[in-house]
Design a protein. Structure first.
Length: 235
């Protein structure tokens, strides 16, 4: 039996070519290409199970319900997010969903009271998100994200494919507008996150997430009152 060739990290020129090929394609085509080429789970979908997460989960479930999906369980999520995760797992029949959790010893050492988010939110995100994902990514070529241009000015030049050090990030929804997301969810009659009707447009950990007022950008409710705009996974 021939051994399947592993999906390898593309070089800078290959990434440019991929972006040229997929710039005008539907997100489903990007995911289909990944599912056909990264067939040993080298590029999993990392989902927050937040406000817009249902879109990519629906797309990937239609392509392959066994496609690997990773959820970073920081220990600080809204209970409603955890319930929503379980609801979507059952709804889509996700057979390969895995939760990533922070290292217990590191938590004991650096955040024994669970209050690091108050004094140093960057360190809290690093401990509970960045380090766990980086550890998991040692066995992967890259991952799929749900980032989009409209979310913040930092993401306006986001490409569908991008190199981040020695990993590939794939952003199938980069070119989508907020209306595109809403239309897709409505057309597909997908279950919405229960916090969205309460004004939560971008949903992360409970202590650092607040509702968004009309006219604010979609991530203004994250780390409100500080200059922090990213958790560290995409810096």
């Amino acid at each position: 039996m021939l051994k399947r060739k592993r999906f390898t990290l593309p070089g800078a020129e290959e990434v440019v070519a991929l972006n040229a090929s997929f710039e005008q394609e539907r997100p489903e085509r990007v995911l289909e290409w990944l599912a056909s080429n990264a067939t040993a789970g080298e590029v999993p979908l990392v989902s927050s199970f937040g406000a817009d997460s249902v879109v990519l989960l629906d797309m990937i479930a239609q392509i392959d319900a066994d496609y690997p999906v990773l959820f970073i369980d920081t220990g600080k999520h809204f209970i409603l997010t955890l319930q929503y995760r379980d609801e979507l797992k059952a709804h889509f029949g996700l057979n390969n969903l895995h939760s990533i959790t922070p290292d217990r010893e590191l938590l004991k050492e650096h955040d024994p009271r669970g209050a690091l988010w108050i004094t140093n939110p960057d360190a809290c995100c690093n401990l509970r998100k960045t380090i766990p994902l980086a550890t998991m990514m040692r066995d992967h070529v890259g991952w799929i994200t749900g980032r989009k241009h409209f979310q913040t000015h930092h993401r306006t030049n986001l490409k569908i494919f991008e190199l981040d050090g020695n990993h590939l990030k794939v952003n199938p929804l980069a070119n989508w507008r907020s209306a595109d997301v809403a239309d897709y969810i409505r057309t597909r009659s997908l279950p919405g996150h229960p916090l969205v009707p309460k004004g939560y447009v971008s949903i992360g950990c409970a202590p650092c997430t607040s509702p968004v007022a009309e006219g604010e950008d979609s991530r203004s409710g994250r780390w409100r009152g500080s200059e922090k705009t990213e958790c560290g996974l995409h810096i």
